[in-house]
Design a protein around this ligand. Structure first.
Ligand SMILES: [Zn+2]
Length: 262
């Protein structure tokens, strides 16, 4: 029997390779150059480029819609991203293995017209996270579309220590129990004490890790094999965290923060 390399299956998740200082500098310069070259087409974009808006919070708090991905690039800098495994492989040896690209086909008079869909999650591991779906005839293009959509969908999340077993007032988990729903899938996230880790499905773990949550417990209901709906439900739950009314005394006792930890 062939020996499996240890840790090979987690490759997709722990792709983050350490960059040397030189590579980092080069990357930063390239990112700066692309923002320099950017010609904003929306009013919001022009205000970001001129330096009138200096923080993403100004946009998110006012409820304005982001229509250009460069706005997020300019205000949040480099974000980590990850592909969710929403598809499955075809063929022999069991088939059906999880893949990042969901293959679909349209029947036409000329033959089958395949296309690829994929889901990208982005985040700075510190309070900001976005989820986007993209579909195209090429895998590379669908990934680009998904990345763009994820940037446009970026949200700020509330974190705190809502666990009665912990009470440490640091933002390692969520401040209260919250539910999110998409299709038949409902997910409930619950505050967990420090060190518990992310006790959620693998694809949800990617979303929560990039959002900057490190401990959470969860329950799910419905057809959770539908990864698109599962991830969307998880994202919806994180979004709903911001919609609850909280008392000033709770903000202090749980150490609730919105967005990045200072
Ligand atoms: Zn705690």
């Amino acid at each position: 029997m062939a020996q499996r390399k240890p840790g090979r299956r987690r490759e997709g998740f722990q792709k983050a390779v350490e960059l040397t200082e030189e590579q980092k500098l080069k990357r930063n310069e390239a990112a700066k150059a692309s923002i320099e070259a950017w010609k904003p087409r929306t009013d919001l974009g022009r205000r970001v480029k001129s330096g009138e808006i200096t923080s993403i919070d100004q946009i998110l708090d006012s409820g304005q819609r982001i229509m250009e991905q460069e706005i997020v690039d300019a205000l949040l800098g480099e974000l980590s991203n990850d592909l969710l495994l929403i598809g499955q492989s075809k063929g022999k040896f069991g088939g059906g293995q999880r893949r990042a690209f969901k293959q679909t086909q349209k029947k036409t008079a000329e033959g089958n017209k395949p296309s690829f869909g994929t889901m990208v999650v982005i985040g700075n591991r510190n309070g900001y996270v976005g989820l986007g779906y993209g579909k195209s005839r090429e895998t590379v293009l669908s990934r680009e579309k998904a990345l763009r959509n994820a940037k446009l969908n970026i949200i700020k999340i509330r974190r705190g220590c809502g666990s009665w077993q912990c009470g440490c007032r640091t933002p390692h988990t969520i401040p209260f129990k919250i539910r999110g729903k998409c299709g038949s899938v409902t997910i409930e996230l619950m505050p967990a004490p420090k060190g518990s880790g992310l006790r959620v499905a693998e694809e949800c773990r990617k979303v929560l890790a990039l959002a900057g949550v490190s401990d959470v417990w969860s329950t799910t209901f419905g057809q959770t094999r539908t990864t698109i709906n599962l991830a969307s439900a998880c994202f919806a739950a994180l979004k709903a965290l911001g919609g609850k009314k909280i008392r000033q005394e709770n903000i202090e006792s749980m150490g609730i923060i919105e967005g990045a930890k200072v």
